[in-house]
Design a protein around this ligand. Structure first.
Ligand code: ADQ
Length: 499
């Protein structure tokens, strides 16, 4: 069987000392689970910067996964990561044109780093490998690899939404970005909605079409595109919640919330997650239900994220003010309505927190999928499950129809949903949870990964696993020259990995 090479901006190997996960972030969770199963390599940025780019590969074997990382220059970091990825594509793809920076140097940095990634990755690719590139940081990787002669199957998965056509065209280089996607054999989106938005762009902006095999055709190229909704490792989550650490956390939470129903929110501190709107909705609930004020408590966990970007610093300051205001207005000497925590938790601790919560508020303004919604469901007690309140703008809302679906922009809708969740009788809670759990277990991270990889392996129009395209002679030559050159640069570790 061919190897799988996963390419993502950050490489976060699972770390057993941290409850089995290396870092906060849905992408890291999903990829760690994928690489546990397939033999392969995980390639990406080390997270370190150096004065001048060297292309030096750092290879390690962690928990059965071969990890290959490369350091970036400080300018790369500013233009590519803080710049084009986090100040241009992220806000724009989450419908925040007001926060989008259209700085030319960011785009140039983005292209430069993608080329550097491709050049560094090239010697690791063997003829039978399939390459799976992840997320908006790395859209041009396939184009660069193709330019160097790589003919392997290369797939791309976008973890965030693909926005409406009118938004994409605000990018000065939108055609180049979309053209770069056509160098992939397969493009995966989280939802049908994102897929349709992408097709809408292709049909109306670049005069593209679909051929009889269902492939998208534009820029003199063709590719396949489909929706692959990402899931969580539901079985694992349901199991870790029974473990000792999860139980301890659960007991602590229950002891601290005596006689009060806990509502939980768990999000990276990001403007797409609708944290301010959620708090205003909770404030509305306290205002509208004075009789319930002493019966509830909101635990908002929000680890700080991308704090070098101004929009994130501003959001953090606004949240501090808002929470202070609400607590100031509603707290008593022996009770505070909102507990706000800016730290990360181990996965098993999170599981215990989810289970101790009578309701979860998952109310992003836009979200590719949202894994917290699925984790919350996976961690519930089947005999006494909590209620999921979910934004209609999370990709997850397409699958999780038995949640209480709300418009996160409406404080009234959030307030009403809270009232409904907290007073919901056990039979309705169970019925809703069973339907949600069934979906979360069936459409889990394994199904996501297997479906994507199978589709990438299959030839268009076929429904089976077929051999990949034979490597071109040119590709083999380019590669062997480069392998020799890079091996000299990279030193004995990298040579051993390739042997
Ligand atoms: P994210 O925007 O990071 O992911 P999400 O899908 O909710 O959003 O995943 C967050 C992950 O981080 C969850 O697994 C959660 O448990 C974890 N996490 C959050 N806060 C934590 C904390 N305090 N401590 C420990 N862990 C914490 C991007 C897209 C999403 C998409 C995913 C996967 O933005 O839309 O669902 O990728 O494709």
């Amino acid at each position: 069987m061919s190897r799988l090479i996963v390419v993502s901006n950050r490489v976060n190997p699972p770390n057993p000392a941290e409850g089995g996960e290396g870092s906060v972030g849905g992408l890291a969770m999903a990829l760690a689970a994928a690489l546990r199963e397939y033999s392969g390599i995980w390639f990406g940025w080390s997270g370190k910067t150096i004065p001048e780019f060297t292309g030096q590969l750092n290879m390690q074997r962690i928990e059965g996964v071969t990890v290959a990382t490369v350091d970036l220059e400080e300018t790369d970091y500013q233009e590519y990561y803080n710049g084009y990825a986090n100040k241009t594509l992220w806000p724009l793809f989450h419908y925040r044109v007001d926060l989008t920076a259209y700085d030319r140097s960011f785009g140039e940095g983005y292209d430069r780093v993608n080329k550097r990634f491709a050049e560094t990755l090239l010697p690791l690719i063997e003829p039978d490998d399939i390459v799976w590139v992840h997320d908006y940081h790395l859209i041009p990787v396939a184009r660069e690899l193709r330019r160097m002669g790589v003919t392997n199957r290369i797939g791309f998965f976008l973890h965030i939404p693909w926005p409406a056509h009118q938004l994409v065209t605000t990018l000065p280089r939108h055609k180049a970005l979309v053209e770069a996607l056509f160098h992939y054999d397969l493009i995966g989106f989280q939802t049908e909605e994102s897929l349709q938005a992408f097709e809408g762009y292709v049909f109306s902006e670049v005069d593209g079409g679909k051929n009889e095999r269902g492939e998208l055709v534009a820029f003199g190229q063709r590719t396949r595109a489909a929706a692959f909704p990402i899931g969580v490792d539901a079985a694992d989550f349901a199991q870790i919640v029974q473990g000792e650490n999860a139980r301890k956390v659960y007991d602590r939470m229950m002891a601290h919330s005596v006689f009060r129903k806990m509502i939980v929110g768990v999000d990276r501190l990001d403007y797409s997650k609708g944290l301010e709107e959620r708090l205003i909705g909770f404030e509305r609930f306290l205002h509208d239900h004075p009789d319930m004020v002493r019966d509830v408590m909101l635990l908002q966990i929000a680890p700080i994220s991308r704090d070098e970007v101004e929009a994130y610093q501003d959001l953090r300051a606004r949240l501090d003010g808002l929470i202070g205001r609400i607590n100031g207005a509603y707290a008593e000497m022996d009770f505070t309505p909102i507990r706000y925590v800016n730290r990360s938790y181990r996965r098993d601790e999170l599981a215990g927190i989810y289970r101790a919560s009578r309701a979860a508020l998952v109310t992003p303004l836009r979200d590719g999928m949202n894994l917290v919604a699925k984790e919350y469901v996976a961690a519930q007690n089947p005999d006494d499950p909590g209620v999921l309140i979910l934004s209609r703008f999370a990709g997850a809302a397409r699958q999780m129809k038995d949640a209480l679906i709300v418009n996160p922009n409406s404080p009234e809708e959030i307030s009403d949903a809270l009232e409904r969740a907290l007073s919901m009788e056990l039979p309705e809670r169970k019925r809703r949870w069973e339907a949600l759990f069934d979906n979360v277990s069936r459409e889990d991270v394994t199904a996501w990964r297997d479906n994507f990889v199978a589709a990438l392996r299959a030839r268009p129009g076929s429904d089976g696993d077929e051999p990949e395209k034979p490597a071109l002679e040119r590709q083999a030559t380019v590669r062997s020259l480069d392998v020799a050159a890079k091996a000299l640069k990279a030193g004995p570790e990298a040579k051993a990995m390739r042997a």
